[in-house]
Design a protein around this ligand. Structure first.
Ligand SMILES: NC(=O)c1ccc[n+]([C@@H]2O[C@H](COP(=O)([O-])OP(=O)(O)OC[C@H]3O[C@@H](n4cnc5c(N)ncnc54)[C@H](OP(=O)(O)O)[C@@H]3O)[C@@H](O)[C@H]2O)c1
Length: 251
């Protein structure tokens, strides 16, 4: 076969496959809260490179340098601020969100002695980790209902598991993630007829700012696992608690 014909065929096949795979990969819209750093940033990158349209939220979009390098739409959101959540919802009015990932979270430093623990300060983690995720879910429910996959994935923690609590610590954080787990399960029951899958997921022990860079895995490893689990979720998974590797977690 003449070289010019071979070249033509090669180029044609390359472009057909390339365009087809791009089209096949555009699989839905995902919104990730707290996407400017840590696990949220890595999830945003993973979903984006996998062909999803990604909406990443940040408390300070202008300062979200790494997120701004990605082909994602960035919206402002402080999950504790009702006005900020309402603004997010109104700017997304009428748009479908296939997967909502409630990732934004925080861990407070607590006194090591129980006698010194500031009880009133424990509400801070509850407001962000539990009520924040609930508030965002409530505001964006119409968007998720308009989506195809219909998933609300709450980034919880093994620290929220009662059964796995063998080493104590972190009263406020543990309770806030246990509350998030409870919200996940309750919505799975109360909104069962919506066909939305409400799922809690432990992202692993991940090297991020939250734990001063300690951890067993990187954000990228966590995001790879989370992507595999979350992108495959369906109604049958609603009310479940998973590890980032897909294993079941005890409540
Ligand atoms: N790292 C781990 O080993 C581990 C283990 C189990 C579970 N998790 C969970 O995984 C999620 C991500 O944690 P990470 O390790 O990536 O932590 P991180 O690096 O500290 O990032 C936390 C993210 O949440 C955002 N955030 C905090 N408060 C917020 C608020 N009020 N409104 C909106 N966004 C807020 C932060 O935004 P700013 O940059 O503006 O502060 C940041 O984007 C959290 O829910 C965490 O509890 C982490």
């Amino acid at each position: 076969m003449p070289r010019v014909v071979i070249t033509f065929l090669t180029v044609t096949v390359f472009f057909s496959l390339g365009f087809n795979s791009v089209l096949a990969e555009n699989t839905g819209t995902v919104l990730i809260t707290g996407a400017n750093r840590g696990i949220g940033l890595a999830i945003a990158e993973k979903f984006s490179e996998s062909g999803y349209l990604v909406i990443g939220t940040a408390r300070k979009p202008d300062a979200a340098k790494e997120l701004r390098q990605l082909p994602v739409r960035i919206l402002q959101l402080d999950v504790t601020n009702p006005a900020s959540v309402a603004l997010l919802a109104s700017s997304l009015d009428g748009e479908a969100i296939d997967i909502l990932i409630n990732n934004a979270g925080m861990l407070s430093v607590e006194a090591s002695e129980f006698a010194d623990v500031d009880i009133d300060a424990l509400v801070t983690e509850y407001r962000v980790n539990a009520l924040g995720a609930l508030r965002v879910t409530q505001a964006l429910l119409p968007n998720v209902l308009a989506g195809k996959q219909k998933v609300v994935a709450n980034i919880s923690s093994m620290m929220g598991s009662q059964e796995l609590n063998t080493f104590g610590c972190c009263l406020g954080y543990r309770a806030s993630k246990a509350a998030l787990n409870s919200f996940t399960k309750t919505l799975a029951v109360d909104l069962a007829e919506t066909d939305i899958a409400f799922v809690a997921i432990h992202p692993g022990y991940v090297k991020t700012d939250m734990n001063g860079g300690q951890g067993a895995i990187t954000s990228e490893q966590s995001a790879a696992g989370l992507f595999k689990v979350i992108s495959a979720l369906s109604k049958a998974d609603s009310g479940k608690f998973y590890n980032y590797d897909g294993a079941s977690m005890p409540w």
